[in-house]
Design a protein around this ligand. Sequence first.
Ligand SMILES: NC(=O)C1=CN([C@@H]2O[C@H](COP(=O)(O)OP(=O)(O)OC[C@H]3O[C@@H](n4cnc5c(N)ncnc54)[C@H](OP(=O)(O)O)[C@@H]3O)[C@@H](O)[C@H]2O)C=CC1
Ligand SMILES: CC(C)(CO)C(=O)C(=O)O
Length: 279
Amino acid sequence: MIGRESFVTAVKQRGLTLDTRMFNEVVSVDASTELAAARNADLVLFCVKTTNTEATARALVPFLAPGCTVLSLQNGVENADQISAITGRQTISAVVYLAAAVPAPGTVKHTGRGDLIIGPDGSRVAEIANLFRDAGVGCVVSSRIQDQLWEKLICNSALNAISALCQITYGEAGDDKAVWEVVGKVIAEALAVARAAGVSPTNMDDVDTANTTVRKLTRQIAAAYSSTAQDLRRKKRTEIDALNGFIARRGRELGVPTPVNQTLWALVRAAEPRTDTVT
Ligand SMILES: NC(=O)C1=CN([C@@H]2O[C@H](COP(=O)(O)OP(=O)(O)OC[C@H]3O[C@@H](n4cnc5c(N)ncnc54)[C@H](OP(=O)(O)O)[C@@H]3O)[C@@H](O)[C@H]2O)C=CC1
Ligand SMILES: CC(C)(CO)C(=O)C(=O)O
């Protein structure tokens, strides 16, 4: 694994602690802060925040073997295209249904679900899915990966900013009637943008089905604070530009009004440590 200094030092000293809902184990892993450690890798699991996608892909290029495949395990719908455009390597997308956090360097705490959807179906995808399944991680191959990524994008846009601004869990967002009305507006706007973009998010045939899908997720990972909430708490930049910010930007391009997404994006941006990015 490749990571930042504090995490890598902890893993080198004590191993990687996996505090999961199924087991608690310390595993021994090779760890480095240098992207050069990816040299000769056949498969790179690309798991940085969307704010780091471009810089990390660029910095990786000199070390990627010609036939290497990159698997983007990230929220947002644009990562794989960005990575493959920069690296020139086959890049596969994973939709990640998992709630996990890093409570201390070297430790990953898992609080909900833990399954992947990967695609598009094609060379190496079945083989990679089998690697995950053999490791006990549920992994489904989808020929509609962009629609699957949009389903997750709409779930994240509906819940992450609200969880962050109010510092409430997914479950609390789902159970609060007034909050749920706002969630419904985010979903309706995002679905209209998807339609205008020619995308049919899975499990979201209409606004009612989309609401049911998002509600189901709030029950499955009720105890989780969104990754956006965790980032704000740690005073880090969030992925909001790739979530509500992306919906608002595509809405503008396609002539679809997105006032609630635009508002949530602006509020989260205002709560972040200062940067100069504009959607
Ligand atoms: N955590 C979760 O429950 C879920 C996360 N996801 C998605 O998965 C992706 C990864 O999220 P997550 O693991 O939570 O993110 P984290 O920020 O917890 O972990 C990413 C780590 O990679 C480090 N990093 C970034 N760039 C480099 C680099 N060039 N070299 C070495 N280390 C680097 C980051 O350091 P630094 O912070 O200093 O940049 C950070 O420590 C995101 O898109 C997220 O939305 C999806 C579903 C659930
Ligand atoms: C929905 C959740 C919690 C994990 O699937 C997530 O993607 C996030 O917090 O950003």
